[in-house]
Design a protein around this ligand. Sequence first.
Ligand SMILES: [Zn+2]
Ligand SMILES: [Zn+2]
Length: 130
Amino acid sequence: MRLKGECFCGAVKYLVEDAFVYSANCHCSGCRRATGSPFKAFAGIPREKLAVMTGGSSLLIYGSPENHDAHCSVCGSLLYSLVRDAAWIHVAMGTLVDVPSIRPTHHIFVKSKAAWYEITDDLPQYEEHK
Ligand SMILES: [Zn+2]
Ligand SMILES: [Zn+2]
């Protein structure tokens, strides 16, 4: 099964297989600023399992060809990040339209957490990477 995702304005639409391998909430300052949120819920999957269906030419790539954040250049939404030298994609879960099977299982970069945000669940917390 494939899940739909899209940016705020709808210019960019993607399909991703519902086969995520891991998922977490990242509290690092980069994810906080890229999303404007206390943390970014993301889910990881091999790159070839995500396809941009509409608006590929509208993507704003921030970073290098092999490791970058992909935003909509119209509305600015962070859709996904290409990581591990282009081998994996971290989907920003807030851009999913359909409901994935996976759920975030832990918090990472908690040492960078916003002081005004309190984690209220019982998921494991890691200072940096798991
Ligand atoms: Zn957009
Ligand atoms: Zn992060």
